[in-house]
Write a protein that binds this ligand. Sequence first.
Ligand SMILES: [Zn+2]
Ligand SMILES: [Zn+2]
Length: 170
Amino acid sequence: MLRVNLVDLDRSGTQEIKGEIPGDSEFWEELDLVLVEPLGIALVVTGIPGGQVLARGEMTAVVAKECRRCLEPLEVGVKESLDLVWLDPDEFGDAEDGEFRLVEATATELDLAPALREEFLLSVPRFVLCKEDCKGLCPRCGVNWNIETCDCTLEEPDPRWEALRTMKNE
Ligand SMILES: [Zn+2]
Ligand SMILES: [Zn+2]
C-alpha cells in the first residue's frame, strides 16, 4: 500500500492512498510503540515533471502510553497533517535536511513507509499526563495520590516537601 509505482504515477499524475496499517504490521517492527487503533493514512501523491514527488494528507492513530507522573495507562489520539516532498538528488543533492527527502529521477518505485514512520514518531507526544493536575505517586510508598493519601511525609518530614506544602497552603 505504501509503495508508489512511479512509472504509473508518471511523475505528473496523482494517486490516492487510503488505508490502515495494523499494530502488528512490519511497519512498526523497530518502533517501541503500542497501537490501540490501527494507523489510518489518507494521502494524495503527486508527481511533478522534473522528478519531484509530493505527498499530502494526514495520518491518525491511537497509541497506548502511560501517565508520566502516576503511570496510569492512557490512550493518546494522534492526528498529523502530512506535507512531504521528495526531490531528485542530482538537482538537490544537499537538500536532505529533514524537510525534503530524496528520490532518484530514474527510480521506478517510492516507498513511503520510512517517511511516514519518521513523521509519526515525531507526532507522538513523548510525555503525557492523565490530567493537568495529576498528583503522581508517592516517592516513598508508591501509592497513587490521585486515589489515596498516605502518611509518609507526616511520619518522616522531609524539609523539601515541608517547604512545598507551606507554599501550597499559603
Ligand atoms: Zn497521572
Ligand atoms: Zn507514601
